[in-house]
Design a protein around this ligand. Structure first.
Ligand code: FES
Length: 163
């Protein structure tokens, strides 16, 4: 029997063998209607599709859905519950809103998910650490300065919430 996969805390059926070649991104968007992760390059290069798999940032467009059997997947939609905020935004989402860190918004999912993964590992990153973490996520609008400010603000919000 296949181990249970959880998506945003809910047990989830993975594709049957007939659909076993489907990517995780396909299943999330097309079968589970979780449209936070975006389809950008489809090649694992832009980061628009980023999700967390067991808390680690991963590119859902190049992961077979079957590859997350028994794992815990978190999408943008699952972030508030991840930090116990049922009716509010996750602090990283809140900080991106407050810093107006988006233009077209296509990269936003990946930037937010990468920031969450970073801040869960390192609650007080400096700007260089944030730049390194986000360097493989593409933003074509040039919103990088606001995005870095948002991650710094999110780190502060998360540290204040724990104090
Ligand atoms: Fe997955 Fe670009 S869509 S990395």
């Amino acid at each position: 029997m296949q181990p249970v996969t959880f998506v945003n805390g809910q047990p989830c059926a993975l594709p049957t063998p007939a659909g076993a070649s489907a990517t995780l991104l396909h299943v999330l968007r097309n079968d589970l209607a979780l449209n936070g992760p975006k389809y950008g390059c489809g090649l694992g290069q832009c980061g628009a599709c980023t999700v967390l798999v067991d808390g680690v940032a991963a590119r859902a467009c190049v992961i077979p859905a079957q590859g997350v059997a028994g794992r815990e997947v978190t999408t943008l939609e699952g972030l508030p519950a991840r930090c116990g905020h049922v009716d509010a935004l996750h602090p990283v989402q809140q900080a991106f809103v407050e810093e107006q860190a988006a233009q077209c918004g296509y990269c936003l999912n990946g930037m937010v998910m990468m920031a969450v993964a970073l801040l869960e590992r390192n609650p007080d990153p400096d700007e260089a650490a944030i730049r390194r973490e986000l360097s493989s996520n593409l933003c074509r609008c040039g919103t990088h300065i606001e995005i870095i400010r948002a991650v710094l603000r999110a780190a502060l919000l998360m540290r204040e919430a724990k104090a």
